[in-house]
Design a protein around this ligand. Structure first.
Ligand code: UDX
Length: 486
């Protein structure tokens, strides 16, 4: 509560600056969390990089900002106070961030981090008396949130977009080092059994950055510095669900204010397209084609927004899809192998499968997964994809590629048993691909997976009900945040 000149105390409306990590899988849940906070009485100034803004506005062909439609028609008629700002990530708009990933990360680490204080100072200075900025919400992967929040007297909220299991592995990297499990790729197989709240995890199921010992890489520098900074955050809010990671989350809660508030989806419903714009690429419509297919007969294939697939693996996956005889929708980004090789499919593949496939550059994944024709999802195990598939009751065929996806695979296949692995060894072989597609889409194993994923679906839905764990955690987080601000 702030003091007026005559000494009376007045409530000020909480005003948060929200800065998502400038990658598709981070922007999506951040946008939905920003809307959720605005509908709980916050003013939110949401900051996208010029590049993300440019991609989203070009994809929709509108040139408008992420929230413009929402402002026109807020749910329930009340207007949500969401402002929008953009900032440079330090690179020109035309720079190929996918092809030059390390340079992009280096720019975020050095240039963007240097600009951020200026950005926050500008927004803080522009806030009126009753809308003074009081809080900074930023992705956990940034190296500066707690430091910057402290400098400007703001409450710091760290937003974590991956599972709690991944958070706790990074948070306890010192234990992995002490026990020789950091960077032990292919050298050790003995299980890690000393992380609080994690009964046991094999080194191969830790994130790619924890498996590789290349500590001087820019991504390692970002992760280690970011997790040091996150220790100074006042709150961590995570896009996960208490019941799905109960022990891990409880152990984190013993150490910090950690709130599992997921799954974070659009407030007015999972597939509500109209409210906000989040796609970096324009979406092809798959619904008409899916309408012509039998329920549960189509495999959806997507490797997310930025991981690359090795060309020999991609070719074997394509051949395996052809061999399986199953119908499929395949999201094949232009840079799936590399932006230098935009046409990596085997010659004749498209023609061979043309009567039972739809290959697109990008789609509305949530709409596709919610379609009754979809019976399985071949995925790279991005966390958003896993939550979305579970929400739709779709079992998973797992092909992790990078970063947290190895750890996410463990949750899906080994812990919750709602998916199976695509391949049995390191390299893809078309026979394994075809066989595992068959196991997922039909037969007793497929039925069992579908039954289990429906249970997880129920857990997610219950968590969001008014007395569910995520709804309660979110309510408690908002109350404590408001108390801390006033
Ligand atoms: C990475 C990490 O691996 C992930 O765990 C983290 O949470 C975000 O960054 P990413 O490749 O972006 O993942 O995958 P994922 O987390 O699955 O997010 C992709 C998002 O893009 C999903 O929300 C999905 O619905 C959306 N998408 C994907 C589309 O809207 N259309 C598509 O065609 C493909």
């Amino acid at each position: 509560m702030a003091e007026t000149q005559d000494g009376r105390r007045r409530h000020r409306k909480p005003h948060a600056i929200f800065i998502p990590y400038p990658l598709q899988g981070h922007v999506i849940p951040s946008v939905h969390l920003a809307v959720k906070l605005a509908s709980h009485g916050f003013t939110v100034t949401f900051v996208n990089t010029h590049y993300i803004h440019h991609k989203i506005s070009t994809a929709t062909g509108s040139g408008a900002d992420v929230f413009s439609k929402l402002r026109e028609s807020s749910p329930g008629g009340e207007s949500l106070d969401i402002r929008y700002a953009t900032v440079s990530d330090g690179l020109p708009l035309g720079f190929d961030r996918s092809l030059n990933h390390d340079q992009f990360m280096a720019s975020l680490l050095h240039v963007f981090s240097a600009h951020v204080e200026e950005l926050v100072a500008g927004i803080v200075a522009s806030g009126g008396e009753d809308e003074e900025v009081s809080c900074l919400i930023a992705d956990t992967f940034f190296v500066w949130p707690a430091k910057v929040a402290k400098k400007f007297g703001l409450v710091c909220v760290s937003f974590w977009t991956e599972p709690a299991l991944v958070y706790t592995l990074y948070h306890h990297v010192h234990l992995l080092r002490q026990n020789g499990h950091f960077g032990c790729q292919d050298r050790r197989e003995d299980a890690i059994e000393y992380i609080p709240g994690v009964a046991s995890i094999e080194p191969k199921d830790t994130t790619s950055y924890l498996q590789e010992a290349n500590e001087t890489s820019v991504c390692h520098q970002i992760i280690f510095t970011a997790f040091q900074d996150a220790r100074g955050a006042d709150f961590v809010v995570a896009n996960t669900v208490q019941e799905l990671e109960a022990e891990t989350i409880s152990a984190l809660q013993a150490q910090m204010s950690y709130y599992a508030i997921g799954p974070i989806f659009p407030p007015a419903g999972f597939t509500n397209k109209s409210a906000v714009r989040t796609s970096l690429w324009s979406e092809s419509d798959c619904s008409h084609w899916l309408d012509t297919r039998k329920p549960g007969s189509v495999l959806y294939v997507s490797f997310g927004s930025y991981a690359h697939v090795e060309k020999p693996d991609l070719v074997e996956i394509a051949r395996g899809l052809a061999l399986s005889g199953v119908s499929f929708v395949w999201v094949l980004r232009d840079d799936i192998v590399s932006s230098d090789d935009p046409n990596p499919l085997p010659v004749g593949f498209r023609e061979e499968v043309s009567d039972r496939s739809m290959i697109v550059g990008w789609c509305s994944q949530k709409e596709v997964l919610a379609h009754r024709a979809i019976g399985g999802f071949l995925t790279h195990c991005g966390w958003n994809s896993i939550l979305e598939a579970a929400w739709c009751g779709v079992p998973l065929l797992c092909f992790p590629l990078y970063t947290d996806q190895f750890t996410n695979r463990k949750l899906v296949v080994d812990d919750w048993k709602v998916g199976i692995n695509l391949i049995d060894c390191k390299a893809a072989r078309k026979e394994d691909v075809a066989r595992n597609i068959g196991r997922l889409m039909g037969g007793d194993l497929g039925d069992e997976l579908r039954k289990r994923v429906k249970e997880v679906k129920k857990t997610l839905a219950s968590a969001l009900e008014s007395n569910g764990s995520s709804a309660r955690n979110f309510g408690q987080f908002v109350e404590e945040l408001k108390n801390k601000i006033q």
